[in-house]
Design a protein around this ligand. Structure first.
Ligand code: NAP
Length: 296
């Protein structure tokens, strides 16, 4: 049983959701997933997004008491695929009573990506979300649609109907069509970048913005360097979105879920013993929306 440090809490994990970042840390690919642990994972127990009940608190913790229901993204310490996890007080928020533990566990990492990635969406804007059938894409489609944008979702063929059900106006199967060769967009949110900066620039209308949140290390480096220059020279902006995580960034999205303005789609639920299957189900691209591990 782990013991909390002064500013940490011990959470009895009830549910934890799978993110692509878990799969990336597990496999050490892309390369940046090895930061802090080049040859072996920095954290032996993976699992970032947790929802559960406070079991014990450190001496400096003021915001929580044992018995409180909480949720949050424990990206630094991880350890969510376990009965108990340590987390810094600052990573957690009180769980809204209207959300189940499983539902709450889907929000802390995917929510901020979707909120910050679609912040520039608006009425009449053409927004494309690449990798839109996964966890953050599920929220991003709905947020962009709520803003009044015309939304295109890109993912594999098995996820096209799902993206339409979330509100996408147009859907593209990335295995049969290259979105960078289609109509230009005002905003592109890319969860899985691997193309050249010139392809991404081509996907933008003049004044348009391309935001990458994940992809190959090589693509991210190119976007940060050549992409920045190539975009500016032609009146477009290409960049990497470093997502701000934490309660201030995921609670607004949880409120939209509580009010019924956004829906949470849980593709499937696994037990703690089935974490390998849960990771594979998500990582191999079979999940629509989120995969949850119900621990207790
Ligand atoms: N920038 C930051 O600060 C930050 C922080 C946390 C996470 N992230 C990143 O955020 C991203 C999104 O995470 P998530 O958990 O929402 O991922 P997710 O649930 O796995 O969703 C990604 C989706 O992209 C699809 N996909 C895979 N390859 C594709 C391709 N070539 N073209 C189009 N779609 C493709 C996947 O489906 P299939 O594989 O089935 O085809 C999946 O539906 C990840 O890259 C993660 O590393 C960034």
């Amino acid at each position: 049983m782990p013991s909390p440090g002064p500013s940490q809490v011990l959470v009895k994990v009830i549910a934890t959701s799978v993110n692509l970042s878990d799969w990336e840390c597990l496999r050490g690919d892309p390369m940046y997933a090895r930061i802090g642990g080049l040859r072996t994972p920095a954290r032996r127990v993976l699992g970032s997004d947790i929802a559960g009940i406070i079991e014990a608190i450190g001496s400096d913790v003021t915001g929580f008491r044992p018995g409180d229901e909480v949720y949050g993204d424990n990206l630094d310490l991880k350890g969510g695929f376990a009965e108990y996890a340590l987390a810094p007080e600052s990573a957690l928020a009180h769980k809204p009573g209207a959300l189940t533990f499983a539902e709450a566990s889907t929000i802390p990492q995917a929510g901020p990506i979707a909120l910050q990635g679609t912040a520039a969406a608006g009425p009449g804007r053409r927004v494309l979300i690449n990798g839109a059938g996964g966890g953050s894409g599920m929220f991003a489609i709905q947020l962009a649609k709520r803003s009044g944008a015309y939304v295109t979702g890109v993912d594999n063929a098995g996820k096209l109907d799902f993206m339409t059900s979330l509100g996408a106006d147009d859907v593209i199967d990335y295995r049969s069509q290259d979105f960078t060769r289609g109509d230009p967009h005002d905003l592109v949110l890319d969860n899985v970048a691997y193309r050249s900066v010139f392809a991404y620039r081509r996907s933008l209308a003049r004044g348009g913005r391309y935001l990458c949140v994940g992809g190959t290390s090589r693509s991210l480096l190119r976007i940060l360097t050549a992409g920045f220059v190539a975009g500016r020279l032609t009146g477009r902006r290409l960049g990497v979105l470093v997502v701000k995580l934490g309660p201030a960034h995921f609670e607004p999205l949880a409120e939209l879920c509580v009010s019924g303005d956004l829906q949470i789609h849980i593709d499937s639920t696994f037990t703690l013993d089935e974490v390998p299957q849960a990771l594979a189900h998500h990582g191999e691209g079979r999940a629509l929306g989120k995969v949850v591990v119900q621990v207790a």
